[in-house]
Write a protein that binds this ligand. Structure first.
Ligand code: HEC
Ligand code: HEC
Length: 157
């Protein structure tokens, strides 16, 4: 295969990924390597589109006490990640006030609670799921940033 053909099939593959993620959604941003590495070691690297910029800035400013653990990183790296997260964050909806202070957790946002209102607190807490923040327990392609409905499979009770 020559380089041109490789480029074309790569583009086709990328288009396929985007389509599988939902036709109405914008294509995912190119992943930032520092984010993948630093924010994907304890849990999956939560995609920027799930929190507004103000939330990401709050999360990144508090890494020294991050949900009870020390997740602090080098200031220069933190700055790079913060900029990337904020640039790709959820855009606030016009005319809809954002909660103050901005939530630190995706799982406490209105949209998350709305999307998951059929799942009981007990189900989220069950050992097979391990908490609402463990997206990949049900979203089987979460590690690829794909949360499409057709890739959801709840673990057995
Ligand atoms: C040393 C381990 C560790 C590292 C590194 C880490 N985290 Fe976390 N993070 C946690 C723990 C523990 C929780 C709480 C999980 C829970 O409640 O189930 C958490 C939760 C979160 C949540 C809230 C999830 C939710 O909606 O409930 C966000 C957002 C988050 N982390 C972002 C980040 C970002 C951004 C980075 C990279 C800068 C990062 N984390 C790096 C340990 C870590
Ligand atoms: C216990 C299983 C479970 C966990 C854990 C879970 N989800 Fe979900 N999620 C679901 C189910 C089921 C739906 C589909 C609801 C419906 O059909 O309307 C859903 C829907 C969604 C949707 C909307 C999908 C679409 O195409 O409409 C998004 C986005 C999403 N979840 C993100 C997350 C994120 C991010 C996390 C982790 C912070 C998470 N979920 C954790 C089960 C889960």
């Amino acid at each position: 295969m020559n380089t041109h053909r490789i480029a074309v099939s790569l583009l086709a593959a990328l288009a396929g990924i985007t389509a599988a993620g939902g036709a109405t959604k914008a294509p995912p941003p190119a992943p930032n390597l520092a984010w993948q590495e630093e924010c994907g070691s304890c849990h999956l690297a939560y995609p920027p589109r799930f929190l507004p910029a103000a939330s990401w800035q709050r999360v990144m400013a508090g890494l020294g006490d991050h949900f009870g653990t020390d997740a602090s990183i080098e200031p220069a790296v933190a700055k790079e990640i913060t900029t990337w997260l904020a640039a790709n964050a959820r855009k606030p909806k016009a005319g809809k006030p954002e909660p103050v202070p901005p939530p630190l957790r995706i799982t406490e946002t209105r949209w998350f609670i709305g999307e998951h209102d059929e799942i009981s607190a007990a189900r989220f807490k069950s050992p097979a799921v391990g908490g609402a923040a463990n997206c990949a327990a049900c979203h089987r392609t979460a590690d690829q940033g794909n949360y499409s409905e057709r890739n959801i499979k709840l673990p057995p009770k």
